[in-house]
Design a protein around this ligand. Sequence first.
Ligand SMILES: [Zn+2]
Length: 303
Amino acid sequence: MDAQSFFQQFGTEEQCVAHLKALRESKGLRCKKCNSERQSWLSTRLQWECMACKFRTGIRSGTLFQHSHVPIHKWYHAIYFMTETKKSISSLELQRKLGMTRIATVWYLQQRIRIMMGGADNQAVRLSGEIELDDAFITAVNPKSKGKKDNEDPPKRGRGSQRKHPVVVMVESESNNSNKGKCGNLKMIATESINTPAINEIRNTVLKNVHTARTDAHPAYRQLGNRLNHIFQVTEGEQAGKLLPWVHIAISNIKRLLNGINHFISARYLQYYLDEFVFKFNNRFSSSKFDNLLGHVTKPILY
Ligand SMILES: [Zn+2]
């Protein structure tokens, strides 16, 4: 959706409230107290009142916007800018576009929207068929944990407690050794380490519908062969790019994107940044990313 049509439709708080009300009603409302579906709208309070037991439900209740005092139109605009920007929008840039004074609030909005993107992608996209799988190591800052001294587990190089964090990257692929073919959907999972239990967990959840996985010869990948056709090859350098072309393109793109963000990413939030990248990648051909994401507003956290 272009900016002009978007702001015509969603420029004001009234327009966004009316849209959110209609969206929630189209999905069906139920009273939290008595489960009745008969609800009447109290327009001055922005609440529904249960016709059976009088229990009231606010328009934000049970949505991504719950517990937030930020006007709904600011949320809508933040979702629009985050879904329509091809790469990633910095907090400062988003702050300027939204005309908000507190950067911490903008950062909060962004993180919540990234969580929503992860939930939406988990619901809508399952990998299937044949995939390429590999690991990437992404630089992130370790949060200081209570009772743990800074000098425990020191970084080998670099500043502070900055470390490389493993991420498993999987992409549907039609490529083979002689032909790059097409690529389909993508998933990226931040994990504690690349070992057999972590890969088994991914195999049993994310790869349920996958029949063939191509990897390098990392020993942690051997158990993939227990449930699916596992093709692996010892590779080095450029060869790896030929064996697993799409997964390597995805890895270099996410690294470039995260390098472009002008602050350090905390390891605690790494998955959120991956989720944003994956949501945008998997919706790259969609003309309605905003609607796709907003459709998940009532199920903000799914994992
Ligand atoms: Zn009720």
